[in-house]
Design a protein around this ligand. Sequence first.
Ligand SMILES: [Zn+2]
Length: 261
Amino acid sequence: MPEGDTVWRTAMHLDRALTGSVLTRTDFRVPAHATLDLSGQVVEGTVPRGKHLLTRIGADLTLHTHLKMEGAWHLYRPGTPWRRPAHEARVVLETEERVAVGFALGVVEVIGRDDEESVVGHLGPDLLGPDWDEEEALRRLRSDPDREIGEALLDQRCLAGIGNLYKGEALFVAGVNPYTDVSKVPDLRRLVQTARRMLLANRERVRQTTTGVDRRGQENWVYGRAGKPYRRCGTRILMGSQGPAMQERVTFWCPACQPSR
Ligand SMILES: [Zn+2]
């Protein structure tokens, strides 16, 4: 699942590649827009909102996409082969100089510019947004005090941009057990600031690291390291599931560094 920093970087690349250019061909490979043709329209820009991407086209349309689990946008020069199978493409935007292909996107919908709020209006403050509002994010998190913090951090209605990786890593660095109730987290502000710092540090990077170490296998503190001893305390990292039924996400933690309360 892409995190907010991946979406931010994707938006930046799409924005640099397409903004100001005329679309010479479009291909929407989703049933709702199979016959839609936006060629001749100018791309106005692409912005990230949490994990959503908004590509503004022409005077009044917006292409709303979401990477979900496996999605990615690729940029190619015309005539060069794609790095993923063509049948995974959900949308193709072509200009004179670039071909942008959205593969395996979870959402592809063209909406009116005025309707952007209807698809991203539910989101809490965006950790990487220009209008990041820490107080509002804390207020939203605290509004459900009995919820487990590992679940609340993933709720994009509280704050937008944290996925499973940064959830686990920020909780580890803050020494907070993921199953702690929100109301019992000793310093919620510091936890949120830690998560945001990780997103900021990684948004220009291709390979994410939360430890500051680039070497394979050492990029993260606990994420994906179940069964391995944590390097400093020697305790084996645990893995469990968390969240409402059918929507459980996996959680990693060190029982020594992150004791339950
Ligand atoms: Zn430990």
